[in-house]
Each structure stands twice: as structure tokens, then as C-alpha cells.
Write a protein that binds this ligand. Structure first.
Ligand SMILES: Nc1nc2c(ncn2[C@@H]2O[C@H](COP(=O)(O)OP(=O)(O)O)[C@@H](O)[C@H]2O)c(=O)[nH]1
Ligand SMILES: [Mg+2]
Length: 429
């Protein structure tokens, strides 16, 4: 068995790129997403009077003047890619083995019988774990672009397939790790996507063939919990790809899976998750074993595509759809967590000014001015005046409180107020 801290050599599995079961696929229909976009992009060739130089000459300084050619325009950087939305009838469902098709339709019907006409599933995880490949496996067509190195943080792509009045919506998110750092930018793209629709289930994708949970894994899990809220995990299915990888060190497949899922679930819990996701193992590669009805099976005989869809649908049935709310952000964003303290602190500051600082300043005015302290007798007099003013103000407030203001004649009120002022003036004299 690999020692603690060691991980599988991933290179071996990267060779599987493009090695999908395309049985019955019409190759002409399957267009790689990236190719499609490159074709649509306007081509930028040399303009009139310009000539494309051989690569060897391009770096020679002033080569265009030397050859008497118009300089070539600097290449324009490509803008960010727009999110891709691919919607069509789910014709490719017919390419899946018969029993898988039947089970899928049954599952969709069980949702429809609960008045649910769509199922939205968001695929999350680090890059190159198999999110896009798993989407392709479910749809039965190679529509999400697969890359051995994981795609650069781009966009959340949406694949919508309609079947008999039901809509399956699969959201393919960019990888959540950038080097060793949690990819905030990718997470923001995900948050923006889920702000616009209700997600029924999240499928968090990782690989079965990993032996340890790295700091980077913890960062990603914490990042997801913070961005989407701790209860997102109760409507998540943990999907482990590369399910045919041989179990190491004489372990049975089930023991191997047990170890890996325990470690991952512990890490999920450690991220602050509420609830624990169901676990499913998948094998997207064409080399995957098949049973007598051409369904792909894991080493333990499980028909994983059916297992995956069953767990996703059960998770959707068991939970209300996830709706992003700004509360999540307030709860998890350390800057916004203590916002409620703003008003109490403000009130405390006002009270401090009124009852402490103002009184000190008032007394300060009685004991001296900018030219220095007053004579002791003046201080005593000033303090007496202050005291009388306070008492008069208090008497007036008490009177105002006890007398109904509506019953008092305005003239009487004015007279009373004036008499108070006179008292004070007399006092101060
Ligand atoms: N052997 C094997 N390879 C897989 C599996 N799933 C994905 N891959 C390969 O892993 C690489 C990354 O897959 P991709 O779907 O692009 O990952 P994403 O970045 O998470 O979308 C590709 O080379 C796939 O061929 C799987 O279950 N088994
Ligand atoms: Mg991908």
C-alpha cells in the first residue's frame, strides 16, 4: 500500500483522455466544445499590405523595415469566454444500454410524479477530477470538453437535455483549485450561476485513487462550505471517479473504497458541513468492465451509472432545492459575520458622549477657559448656575411629561417656558 502522504501516479490515468466508450456514437455529431468555439471566433490573419513572416525571422529587430514591409498588428488578447449553454432533446439517451435507459426514465418519472419537471445538478470539484467526463457519461455523448490537465478557470457551462416533458440540467463548473490555492474566482462564477437558478443536487467530484487528503483539499472543501453554506453538503453526492483503479496492498475493492470515503467524509465534516453526502463510485473510461447487458460495472459488480443517477434523484427528492441567499454570505464571510454589532456599538458611542463626555466638558467650562482656571469662588458660582439650569430643565421636562400637551393653551405654555428662562436669568445674574 502506498505510504502515508503518497498519492497515485496520475499520469497513467491521464492517458485515458478521449478513451471513452463511444459505442453507437455518430462521430460527426460529436463536436469538441473548444473546437466549436475556435471555429466561430473571427480569424485574425495579416491585413492588406502585411505579410506573415516565418517564425525564425519574426524576432529580428526592425525586420519589417529591413524588408520594406508594413508592420504586423500585435495579436489582440482573446476576451473571457462566455458561459456555454447547450440545450437539445436528449436523443443520446438512446445510446445508453437498454436497462440503463429504462432505469433513467423510471427515475425521471418518479420526479415527475412529484410535480418536479426538471432536475438541476451542479458538478463541483478540483480540476481534472472527472466532472466533465461524468457529465458526458450521464448524457451518453461527449459534449462537455474533457482535458487531462483540467481546464483553466473559465465559466460554468450548462447542458440541458429535454425528454418527454422533463428537463435535465447539468452544470459543469471550472476546477476549484489553482495550483495549491483555492480558486476564489472559479467559486464566484459558481455563486453567480447558482444565484440565477435553483440547484437540486450538487455532485462533488474527486478521485477514488488518492491516498491522502491534502491541505489543498481542505481549502477547497472549506471554500465550498463558506461560499454555498454548510447545509449544501446535505444535498450533495460525493462522486469518486477512476473507480476501476486496482485496490492497493491486497485490499478488497470495498475496503479500499471504505478507507477513501471515510477520509473524504471526515474532511467534508471538518470543513463545517452540515449533513453528510451519499457516496458513489464511477468509472468513466472505456476500459471499464461491462456486464452481459453492456452496462459498465465496477470491480464489485455495481452498475455505477444507475447508482449515480439513483443517488442524485433520491437526494433531490429528500431535499428542497438549494437556493442561494445573501444570508449564507453573511453567515460565512468573516467581514460580514459581526455586522449586527454595528448598531449596539453606535448606541454605546452616543450614550458615552451624552452621559460622560458632555458632562465632563460642561464641568470644564465652569472651572476655567482658554486663559486659565477661574478663581475658586467663580468656580463655585458657575457650578451652582449649572446645577440650577439642570434642575430647571428637569422640572420643565417633568411638567411636559405629566401635562397632556394638547390640553395646554399655547399661550400658557409660552408663558411657563418664559418664566423658566427668567428664573434662570435671574439665577445666573
Ligand atoms: N481512468 C479514468 N479516467 C478518467 C475518469 N474520469 C475522467 N478521467 C480522465 O481524467 C482527466 C480529467 O477529466 P475531466 O472530465 O476533464 O475533469 P474535470 O476537469 O474535472 O472536468 C481526463 O483525461 C479524463 O479522461 C475515470 O473515471 N477514469
Ligand atoms: Mg471539466
Amino acid at each position: 500500500m502506498a505510504s502515508e502522504g503518497e498519492e497515485f501516479d496520475m499520469e497513467e490515468d491521464y492517458e485515458d483522455e478521449g478513451d471513452y466508450d463511444e459505442e453507437g456514437e455518430d462521430d460527426e455529431q460529436i463536436v469538441d466544445a473548444d473546437e466549436e468555439e475556435i471555429d466561430e471566433a473571427p480569424r485574425r490573419g495579416p491585413g492588406p499590405g502585411q505579410m506573415e513572416l516565418p517564425a525564425a525571422l519574426r524576432n529580428i529587430p526592425n525586420i519589417h523595415q529591413i524588408l520594406g514591409l508594413a508592420p504586423q498588428a500585435a495579436p489582440q488578447p482573446a476576451g473571457p469566454r462566455r458561459p456555454r449553454v447547450d440545450e437539445s432533446e436528449w436523443d443520446s439517451l438512446r445510446r445508453l444500454p437498454g436497462p440503463t435507459q429504462q432505469k433513467f426514465l423510471e427515475l425521471l418519472k418518479s420526479l415527475q410524479s412529484r410535480q418536479q419537471k426538471s432536475l438541476t445538478v451542479l458538478f463541483l470539484g478540483k480540476g481534472a477530477t472527472g466532472k466533465s467526463s461524468t457529465i458526458n457519461s450521464i448524457l451518453g455523448e461527449r459534449v462537455a470538453s474533457v482535458s487531462a490537465l483540467g481546464s483553466a478557470p473559465e465559466q460554468v457551462d450548462t447542458f440541458i437535455r429535454n425528454s418527454q416533458g422533463f428537463q435535465l440540467k447539468l452544470l459543469d463548473a471550472p476546477g476549484l483549485l489553482n495550483g495549491d490555492v483555492f480558486n476564489e474566482q472559479a467559486m464566484q462564477l459558481v455563486v453567480r450561476a447558482v444565484q440565477q437558478l435553483k440547484v437540486d443536487v450538487v455532485v462533488y467530484v474527486d478521485r477514488l485513487d488518492g491516498y491522502r487528503i491534502s491541505q489543498a483539499d481542505h481549502r477547497v472543501l472549506r471554500g465550498v462550505t463558506q461560499a454555498l453554506g454548510p447545509s449544501i453538503w446535505s444535498q450533495t453526492v460525493l462522486c469518486l471517479t477512476h473507480g476501476s483503479h486496482p485496490a492497493p496492498d491486497g485490499l478488497s475493492f470495498d475496503q479500499y473504497l471504505q478507507k477513501r470515503q471515510e477520509a473524504l467524509l471526515k474532511a467534508v465534516k471538518g470543513s463545517g458541513a452540515k449533513g453528510s453526502p451519499a457516496v458513489v463510485v464511477v468509472e468513466n473510461a472505456a476500459k471499464c468492465e461491462q456486464n452481459s447487458t453492456n452496462q459498465k460495472v465496477l470491480p464489485n459488480g455495481s452498475v455505477w451509472l444507475i447508482d449515480l443517477m439513483s443517488k442524485v434523484v433520491h437526494c433531490a427528492i429528500a431535499n428542497e432545492p438549494y437556493e442561494w441567499s445573501p444570508k449564507v454570505e453573511r453567515m460565512t464571510d468573516p467581514n460580514k459575520k459581526r455586522r449586527w454589532l454595528v448598531i449596539p456599538i453606535l448606541l454605546a458611542q452616543i450614550a458615552l458622549k451624552k452621559f460622560v463626555i458632555d458632562r465632563i466638558l460642561e464641568d470644564d467650562g465652569a472651572v476655567g477657559d482658554q486663559y486659565g482656571p477661574f478663581e475658586p469662588e467663580t468656580i463655585v458660582e458657575n457650578r451652582e448656575v449649572l446645577q440650577r439650569r439642570k434642575e430647571a430643565a428637569k422640572r420643565r421636562r417633568d411638567r411636559e411629561r405629566t401635562e397632556a400637551p394638547a390640553r395646554r393653551a399655547p399661550v400658557q405654555q409660552v408663558l411657563e417656558d418664559d418664566s423658566d428662562e427668567e428664573d434662570l436669568d435671574e439665577d445666573s445674574d
